[in-house]
Design a protein around this ligand. Structure first.
Ligand code: NAP
Length: 360
């Protein structure tokens, strides 16, 4: 951290320049609370390019490299670690932590469960050794499914059940992954071989366990259901076609049970527009809804205020980058070790109000 009479500046490295990574680079470059000092890429075509060029900005003077040793040798406060994957490379994260760099990552893990305990204990030890902290951030899980309900329950007197709804419209925000996600396949085939792994509930279980832990409840089981919708007509998207009669919608439900009753349900609606049957009542744009049944009942809807055609401004993905990026100062300032939302408390994002940015 660089301190001057003005607010401190956090020296950050962006690890990987996918959709989340590119949005994060923009945030680090445009926000005076940060100084971008390094960018790690795996794609050989990106090596040697300026971080600004990769993120659609003017040149920054920071040149992307695939040299891991050079990145680890940099003097930096934090690595925002967002490569492909569902779990960060444990050895690499520990190496970064031991080298004196805090790590914030949308890959998680987010909370200790039976599945993640050993992994996070190893990270904890590396953080203690390096005097650094690790925070698994993310949108869902990582924010909508845990931090948001945990914030809202303070408005309640009694909780009977918590629902978190996610809708992603892949027709509005086309992704390279549409075929891999099961769209365009025969319904029987997707039911026999779902595009989401049977292990997916272990990822969401971290958010569920965080909520249950806070409420003093014990989760005894997590169940999964999958319902499909089919295309009522051919659906064309940039890069392909979902033919009529094939899968064009997927509705997952993951439910955490406590004391013999459903306590938390995460509803995931993935849709390819509205020419689908059944047409679920899930809205037609990417967004999130938290519903808490109890006394008093509560409902919160979150959606993007307008669509930007920037290819990186892809639905909720900018949120994924900013949730982690905005936590970096507090994670850097936190005691060493694994820092979940419960330790982090209220994050104080820095540099969001910028000179000249206020509407007059
Ligand atoms: N919790 C959440 O809510 C949430 C939401 C969205 C995403 N995520 C996580 O964030 C990560 C990044 O998302 P994204 O949308 O930016 O993904 P993405 O656009 O697919 O980009 C991932 C980047 O990883 C790098 N990469 C490519 N091949 C790789 C490999 N074999 N091993 C490691 N890295 C490789 C590439 O960057 P370079 O060419 O620059 O190296 C690629 O651009 C995802 O993996 C996902 O786990 C979490």
């Amino acid at each position: 951290m660089t301190t001057s009479q003005a607010a401190p500046t956090y020296r950050v490295i962006q690890w990987a320049t996918g959709k989340v990574g590119r949005q994060s680079i923009r945030h680090f470059v445009e926000n005076s609370a940060f100084e971008l000092v390094g960018v790690l890429v795996t794609n050989p075509n990106k090596v040697g390019k300026d971080a600004g060029e990769l993120a659609g900005l003017p040149d920054t003077g920071v040149i992307a490299t695939d040299d891991v040793n050079a990145i680890v040798a940099l003097d930096a406060d934090c690595v925002h670690f967002s490569p492909q994957g569902t779990l960060p490379d444990l050895e690499m994260v520990c190496r970064l932590l031991r080298s004196g760099k805090n790590v914030v990552t949308p890959l998680g893990p987010f909370f200790r469960t039976e599945r993640t305990r050993e992994y996070l204990d190893t990270i904890e030890a590396a953080g203690q050794e390096g005097g650094t902290s690790f925070h698994g951030s993310g949108l869902h899980p990582g924010y909508m499914s845990d931090l948001l309900p945990l914030t809202l329950i303070r408005l309640m007197s009694r909780i009977d059940r918590i629902h978190v709804y996610e809708t992603v419209n892949f027709l509005a925000y086309p992704s390279n992954y549409i075929p891999a996600m099961g769209f365009g396949r025969a319904p029987d085939d997707v039911l026999a071989n779902p595009s989401r792994s049977a292990d997916t509930h272990h990822i969401y279980a971290q958010s569920m366990e965080m909520i249950a832990h806070t409420l003093g409840a014990t989760i005894t089981d997590i169940t999964t259901t999958l319902e499909l919708a089919t295309a009522t007509a051919d659906i064309a998207y940039p890069g392909g076609l979902v033919e009529a009669g094939t899968v064009a919608g997927q509705h997952y439900e993951w439910t955490a049970w406590a004391d013999g009753a459903p306590l938390i349900t995460f509803h995931g609606f993935w849709i390819m527009g509205d020419a689908i049957e059944p047409r679920w009542d899930c809205g037609d744009d990417t967004g999130y809804r938290v519903v808490i049944e109890g006394d008093p009942g509560l409902e919160l809807n979150i959606s993007r205020g307008g669509i930007n055609n920037d290819q990186d401004d892809n639905g909720a993905l900018p949120w994924t980058g900013y949730i982690g990026a905005n936590a970096i100062p507090d994670v850097c300032d936190a005691p060493p070790g694994v820092i979940t939302h419960l330790e982090l408390g209220v994050v104080r994002p820095r540099g969001l109000v910028r000179p000249g940015s206020l509407l007059r």
